[in-house]
Design a protein around this ligand. Structure first.
Ligand SMILES: C=C(O[C@@H]1C=C(C(=O)O)C=C[C@H]1O)C(=O)O
Length: 376
């Protein structure tokens, strides 16, 4: 048997050759990029890559090695593409993204829409982001919010996208995908839920508790201690408060904000009743214009992927290779196409950064139905 150090010397010699060949290949790839820049050709040539994988795989009779060679060359060609995208960005060919940079949103002179009624958490988020004199109005559904900004009836909509206890608000992701509206800001609101009832209500009178399904979830530990209370979902916490106020029935209570109690003449019976002390909801500020504030720090994108092995891995490699920090990934089913998904990815950066442009350029070419959802 050969000595280990001798074997390792052989491996080191072979690796040096691989490195030399890799550098030589990347040099040619650089020339290919120059050709493509001069001739306006796309970086990715999927047919050529598939043909290469087939040909290279057939150069060996060993099935284990065939698999290894194909995997290796997928990586090498991905590197080769990334180099080309980088050169395109350096030459300014990656161009301007169709988003306009503004210094700051004028938060005073605008009209804002939210879902629910006064006292809803979205109303509070609106007042925190746009100021207590915000020119705001409310509509019954999140879709109505999207329509209002699409048509220009409102300049901005304030929509809940994620709660720290109950997770994503799936419908908002679907609406972002569907509408040509864009995220320009976010507002995180600390949420402490209160049990709201008609003044003087005592806990043993309660039979029914109304709220938004998310709020019922965020208070499930408290509600489990009152298992005889029937839980009924409504589309908004403040609407639940309004119902209790209108029905004037002391067996009914709502879960909502103390502000909702104030708006609807109810009393805070207990507070806080959410089990997560740090319970917070992240709201996004959405508009119909493709714009971003100069100090924006987070990019949100969405895309679909071809149903092939490694496709998500390849897309995410653009983020990793450009040294960008991915902070979130979500997927949502594509209606009428079972087991295919839209992906939603957030990463840190500004649309002016060359690393961001470079990553977007690569993803844009390689994913299907790519969209920049915003930079904020
Ligand atoms: C180098 C090229 O660009 C890309 C990279 C390839 C490679 O590294 O072999 C092949 C096809 C293209 O997706 C090319 O077009 O030939």
């Amino acid at each position: 048997m050969e000595d280990l150090s001798k074997l390792r010397q052989d491996i080191d010699r072979i690796d040096r050759q691989i490195v030399e060949l890799f550098e030589e290949r990347m040099g040619v790839s650089r020339q290919v990029a120059e050709y493509k820049i001069a001739n306006g050709k796309k970086v990715l040539d999927r047919a050529r890559e598939l043909e290469k994988l087939e040909t290279l795989g057939n150069l060996t009779n060993d099935s284990f090695n065939r698999h290894g060679i194909q995997e290796l060359f997928q990586q090498i060609m991905a590197m080769s593409r990334k180099l080309q995208y980088q050169l395109l960005a350096e030459e300014g060919v990656s161009g301007n993204l169709p988003f306009t940079r503004i210094d700051h949103i004028d938060r005073k002179h605008c009209r804002v829409v939210y879902q629910g009624v006064e006292g809803a958490y979205a109303h509070e988020a609106t007042l925190q982001y746009f100021g207590k004199d915000a020119n705001a109005f409310h509509v019954p559904t999140w879709r109505d919010c999207m329509e209002a900004i699409k048509e220009g009836v409102a300049d901005y909509a304030v929509l809940p996208i994620e709660n720290s206890s109950a997770g994503e608000v799936n419908d908002i992701y679907d609406l972002l995908e569907e509408y040509d509206n864009y995220i320009v800001g976010e507002q995180i609101l600390k949420i402490n839920h209160a049990l709201l009832g008609l003044p003087g209500t005592s806990l043993d009178e309660i039979r029914t508790v109304y709220s938004h399904p998310q709020a019922l979830m965020q208070c499930s530990v408290y509600l489990d201690k009152h298992s005889d209370w029937q839980r009924i979902s409504l589309s908004n916490t403040a609407m639940a408060a309004r119902k209790v106020a209108e029905d004037k029935d002391r067996s009914q209570v709502a879960i909502g904000s103390p502000a909702a109690a104030g708006y609807h003449g109810l009393e805070v019976l207990e507070m806080p009743i959410n089990h997560n002390r740090f319970n917070s909801t992240r709201f996004i500020i959405v508009t119909n214009r493709k714009m971003y504030e100069a100090d924006a720090k987070k990019v949100s994108i969405c895309f679909e992927l071809p149903h092939t092995s490694g496709s998500l891995y390849n897309i995410l490699s653009h983020i990793i290779y450009n040294d960008l920090n991915m902070c979130k990934i979500e997927s949502r089913p594509i209606p009428e196409r079972n087991w295919e998904y839209h992906f939603f990815v957030d990463f840190e950066g500004n649309l002016d950064d060359s690393a961001v442009k470079n990553a977007i350029r690569g993803i844009m070419e390689e994913a299907v139905n790519f969209k920049i959802l915003g930079n904020y």
